[in-house]
Ligand binder design. Sequence first.
Ligand code: SF4
Length: 459
Amino acid sequence: MTLKEECGVIGVIVFSERYASFLAYRGLLKLQHRGQESAGIVTFSSEGHHIHKNFGLVSQVFDELSLKNLKGKIAVGHVRYSTSGKKSPQSIQPFVVNLPRYGYMALAHNGHISNANSLRRSLEREGIIFQSDSDTEVILHLTAKSKKQSLQEKLEEVLNQVEGSYSLIVGTHEGVYAIRDPSGFRPLFMGRLQDGGVIFASETSALKDLPIIEIKELNPGGWVFFSKDGNVFNYRSFQDRPSRFCLFEFIYFSRPDSLYDDKTVYYYRKQMGRILAKEAPVSADWVVPVPDSGIPAAIGYSEESGIPLQMLLMRSHYVGRTFIQPRQKERELAVRMKFLFVSDLIKGKKIVLVDDSLVRGTTAKILAEKFREEGAKEVHLRLSSPPLISPCHYGVDIPNTKELISYHYSPEEIARLLGFDSVAFLSMEGLVSILPERGYCGECFGRKIVNKEKKLLIV
Ligand code: SF4
């Protein structure tokens, strides 16, 4: 799978600890898979607000000194992969704005504001100057320009104007807001700390190994304000909409140890492999996962089919540029060098290769060629998600339709084009049958949405 994750957000209020920044840092480390381009933390103390952010991994951006300089018991954090906007220092979140008659506000966003361009154009006509081309910046300017009295009213006014997906953390000197969009596209959780404080985070993985006594998922359209005195205020979104949780959180984005409805993502991915084995059986000697994203589904496929699992394809973590021309050849060689093949167990065998999804098919084609070069008798490809045929408008970096191989070709045609003996995908019905009961977005799988009763609807 070559899709990029979107972003991860965190909000912290502590009482017994001296610094909220250290817990925010630990949480961001566990959200690193959601964005590796940049990381940032903003804190609030009696002296004002404190910012530290930069390009790089969380462990590269922060050290002990920078975390100690982030004073205060309130923190907002973010890891970013830019699905919209260029890679510029101004685009690194959290964003900070000074609100007239209120003070500073820090904002961290996971998702995509689909009407950001039109909102931006009308703000620019009013003379507002944007610092970045990030869609998130429109939320900042709209909040700064709102004439409403309280921050809650300002935010309510703003979120009535924006469309798309957002899990937001808003920090101020008064406390932290956690807000999930009315369709609940992106995840957002709240963990209560033993000392009476709170941690809001994109995934439950960020709440592990911390003194947490209770974890709750925010409902779609849910708002929570946690004040610096430890008071909790729950609000409901003004717009009532059916849930459209992103199916790709289960398929690929969320960390395998994250929980949804008390079960790990690893469990759901294994179940996807089991259903796939029932829907698309094949006679073979080995089930081989494409590392790392295909591993849980391959285990499920192996358990259900009884075909032994072998790690005959491994990832080399130390491959850099190959410096051969032209660039396309270099990309191909990079893929070939990225994987290690266990030749003696491949020779003369029938292989079922399992991955989580198929985007352009570039890597899969090279893998098919390599398995044949290594002497495989047959190579079959099984994907633990339905065919991807449409881009995403809610913050996931799926290429446009003309680059998506499943938009143009049937599984049989894909098998011929990529050099497999057969190719099969998990059905949409099979996928949702093993997921918790909630409404899902499946637009990238063919403009289908899934309602609470798990019925597929074409929109
Ligand atoms: S279109 Fe696909 S990737 Fe985007 S939110 Fe919907 S399910 Fe997720």
